[in-house]
Design a protein around this ligand. Structure first.
Ligand code: G6P
Length: 554
């Protein structure tokens, strides 16, 4: 890291590079994408990048060569590359937790050397992957039997946040590659309805619970795991001895796992240098590995690694995560964009944006810099979106004609997944026609003149005019494979990294989730007992009283 970063007195918006971008933004004014395309016939092919299987088109972004150059200069001034290299080297760049940030080590090839506190972590990573593969194979082959001797048919992952969103998302994305004869469910919410719906039609004798928790102290997960154990033992009419065949744990905390009653032989380990939201390619991915098989999982890890290497080594002009990160900095800093939409045109990616919400918003939802000083620039955006074409018939109206700047990523695939019913394959072109039409409409809009030329009555012209000039990135891949999923996730992980580096915030802690947890712990006894509401503020006290009265009436 450069002296400037470690000295820690960078104020982003006082950098000359920031000022230069501000000036440039003024000069650009309302320059329309129509003008940028008219001025450069090669724009549609020139403003593109290739990373692995991903084709990235950023020509519909509100940028010129000069913008890109100035953004790259900002990346140099904020030493993004220095922090990136420190991350890859295993330095403790998560300073508020004094931890290394090494999710990249989870997908490093066997034989790589990455040290934390002088110890090479790669052999341990592969030892756990091998243990996971052995276990996944015994479940998939039916060799692993439950307490009554029946093979496992149902796999229920219990976890929340990073211990749920990743595996649940990836299972959905890669559904076409999963063992269709096995049932997979994901339980996260402490609302008992979640576990109820997940297990109500399952035979406990054929059910395996995977309790996923980095800390093994998360109240939702421990509560659900306890209830699941009661359901299982009750259903089997068995004692504690049945737990070993029906429960495994994914955690960094062996002590707590043991305390819960899971044999640590049935525990798959990971490490404190893996953040929860960066963890589904660790042991946290066990349910996914059972679903898609160890080979599919390895293929996914290779996809991650490919983008890691790209991010680590590609020159700035060709570096896709750097580019995507800087574009976000541009819109947050100079267009006051508050949100970022991720709109996948694949039904299998239905949980992808929800996954990115944790990745991005928990990482970059910060308001003090690494030195603890309040920031006075925009940090992480609100990330949102659902698969197209559904959103087109719901909220796209606001993106097209509303008053907000909403940069969006459109993700699509050239081919549908392999096992789609043949009769449905032609629908893919219709899906993709919409995909291309949307970014076209968003960029170029429809002028009042064009509307008038259609004979639209004058009073309706403003309503039917599309201003256009809405920035989008198009990410197009050949097909949705395990490797492509790995590539996509790594692309976003590093994009988030770049933004955190430029904004000078710690993207790897999440202190913001703590207060609510502490208060819930205080309020719970007031709800369950007849405790005093006296210590609560007047609003919360009144609400709690109303809740108790309503609850106890029935
Ligand atoms: O895996 P666990 O330790 O159970 O944590 C689950 C989740 O809960 C926490 O509150 C954090 O905000 C998340 O980053 C984490 O992924």
């Amino acid at each position: 890291m450069s002296e400037m970063t470690t000295e820690g007195r960078i104020r982003l918006n006082r950098l000359p590079e920031w000022a230069a971008l501000g000036k440039h933004r003024e000069q650009l004014g309302g320059t329309h994408l129509r003008e940028l395309f008219a001025a450069d016939p090669e724009r549609g092919t020139g403003y593109t990048l290739r990373v692995g299987d991903l084709h990235l088109d950023y020509s519909k972004q509100l940028v010129t060569d000069e913008t890109l150059e100035l953004l790259r200069e900002l990346a140099v001034a904020t030493d993004v590359a220095g922090l990136r290299d420190a991350m890859f080297r295993g330095e403790k760049i998560n300073t508020t937790e004094d931890r290394a940030v090494l999710h990249t080590a989870l997908r490093a090839p066997r034989g790589a050397v990455i040290e934390v506190d002088g110890e090479n972590v790669v052999p341990a990573v592969h030892a756990v992957l091998d243990k996971m593969a052995g276990f996944a194979d015994t479940i998939r082959s039916g060799a692993w039997t439950g307490h009554t001797g029946k093979p496992i048919k149902n796999i229920v992952n219990i976890g929340i946040g990073g211990s749920d969103l990743g595996p649940a998302m990836a299972y959905e994305v890669l559904r076409a590659y999963t063992r269709r004869d096995l049932t997979f469910r994901f339980v996260s919410n402490v609302d008992g309805a979640d576990l109820h719906e997940a297990v109500r039609d399952l035979d406990p004798a054929e059910t395996l619970f995977i309790v996923a928790s980095k800390t093994f102290t998360t109240i939702e997960t421990v509560t659900n795991a306890t209830s699941a154990r009661d359901w299982l033992l009750g259903g089997l009419g068995a004692g504690q001895e049945a737990v070993a065949r029906h429960f495994v744990a994914l955690s960094t905390n062996a002590e707590r796992v043991e305390e819960f009653g899971i044999d640590t032989a049935n525990m798959f380990e990971f490490w404190d240098w893996v953040g929860g939201r960066y963890s589904y390619d660790s042991a946290i991915g066990l349910s996914l590995m059972i679903a898609i098989g160890p080979d599919g999982f390895r293929e996914m890890l290779d996809g991650f690694h490919l983008v890691d290497e790209h991010f680590r080594t590609a020159p700035a002009e060709e570096n896709a995560p750097l580019l995507l990160g800087l574009l976000g900095v541009w819109y947050g800093g100079f267009f006051d964009a508050q949100s970022h939409a991720v709109l996948p045109y694949s039904h299998y990616l239905s949980k992808f944006t929800a996954y990115l919400q944790q990745l991005d918003m928990e990482s970059n939802g910060k308001s003090v810099d690494r030195q603890g000083e309040p920031v006075d620039w925009q940090t992480g955006p609100v990330v949102w979106g659902t698969p197209g074409t559904n959103g087109q018939h719901a909220y796209y109206q606001l993106i097209h004609q509303g008053t907000k700047v909403i940069p969006a990523d459109f993700i699509g695939f050239a081919r549908p997944v392999a096992d789609l019913l043949p009769g449905l394959v032609p629908q893919h072109d219709l899906l993709m026609a919409n995909f291309f039409a949307q970014t076209q409409a968003l960029a170029f809009g429809k002028t009042p003149e064009e509307v008038r030329a259609e004979g639209v009555p004058e009073e309706l012209v403003p309503h039917k005019t599309f201003q256009g000039n809405h920035p989008t990135t198009t990410i197009l891949a050949d097909a949705l494979t395990p490797s492509v999923l790995g590539q996509l996730v790594a692309l976003y992980e590093h994009k988030v990294f770049v933004q955190g580096a430029v904004w000078n915030i710690d993207s790897f802690d999440q202190w913001g989730v703590e207060l609510g947890k502490v208060l819930a712990k205080r309020i719970e006894p007031v709800l369950t007992g007849d405790g005093e509401t006296g210590g609560l503020d007047s609003s919360t006290a009144a609400l709690v009283s109303a809740y108790r009265a309503l609850r106890d009436r029935s």
